[in-house]
Design a protein around this ligand. Sequence first.
Ligand code: 1CP
Length: 385
Amino acid sequence: MPRASDRTREARQSERGTIAGMTPVDARPAGPTSAAARGPAHDSAFLRACRREAVPHTPVWFMRQAGRALPEYRKLREGNEMLDACATPDLVTEITLQPVRRYGVDAAIFFSDIVVPLKAVGVDLDIVPGVGPVVAQPFRSAADLDRLPALTPADVPYITEAVRNLVAELGSTPLIGFAGAPFTLASYLVEGGPSKNHAATKALMYGDPALWQSLLDRLATITLAFLRVQVDAGASAVQLFDSWVGALPAADYRELVSPHSARVLAGVSDVPRIHFGVGTGELLHDMGQAGADVVGVDWRVPLSDAVRRIGPGRAVQGNLDPTLVFAPREVVARKVRETLIEGQAAEGHVFNLGHGVLPDTDPDALLHVVELVHAGLEGPAAEGG
Ligand code: 1CP
């Protein structure tokens, strides 16, 4: 088999029985086809790549593109607490659109946070600037399960309203809904805030597996309901963020986590599902098997390796190191090119960073990345090294 780097985009597309300029003659199964997935964004490069169809260019968006690095975001947030902003549809709509306007990315990610659904069901928590989510009373015992009731659409009317507004504004640009996966949400609840080693979380998981399973079951129910609200309001894809699950070995992931994430993903099979975590090189196969259409890969594993680990039938997303955009432009161009070449090993490739945009990133550096990705391997802009 030829190395991925020896093959051109045209060669791969003709192997797939598709026309380079793209026309839907793909023989593979069509994939998710709900009303949402069939909306005006249906033929976008992003959704086509998620469905492993031929694309006019490699689609690109950035995790944490909304907020953080953008001066226009910081201005809008002045005087607005994070969680208040998340519950204000006009602000959510504007913040979600800002990176689409500035960068011309191929998808919008809904502006919210993984702890919003927990807050919506009544968990006392806050997002502390410079820290992250902080939970007033960390989860400790079976009695705490009562603090995690199911979420209904009536708990989050502002989400439905913001998604509807956005879908109308975005037209043919897809909106990605998202939620935190049960393990990552459990980590914030059990630790009470951000954690490096997830020691209390793992102590509960290994020490009281029955309570752990009940906790993850509750969280899966909340997460699925939160994603359903977004999809039912018109989001055309979802990303399940299991940011911290890379802390687990694969066997424990399979036994203690993945069935819950799989239940969430099965509940939104009418749209493409991206499943992402950090440091998850050893879990990539299982994360795909949990029911993802696209597996997100961080910067530690080359995409061609990731493709081998994940196996056939799935697209990949990633994986430029988020710190690389601080490097000189010619280095960025070379690394973008390498990532595009690596991505050719996949049946579908959505370009992204390997984790979220860092707060002090220069927006122009991200714009440069978008231009390079869109120019592709034949583009003069990509001749960086
Ligand atoms: O991607 C986007 O642009 C949309 C906005 C978004 C997303 C997808 C925010 C806004 N949060 C998230 C998801 C999120 N939140 C994740 C998963 C993604 C990832 O792995 O990066 C996680 C782990 C969180 C938890 C969280 N919320 C943190 C991390 C803390 C830690 O454990 O290290 C932080 C700092 C927040 C606050 C937050 N969320 C979003 C913004 C813009 C902010 C900063 C708000 C502020 O400073 O006031």
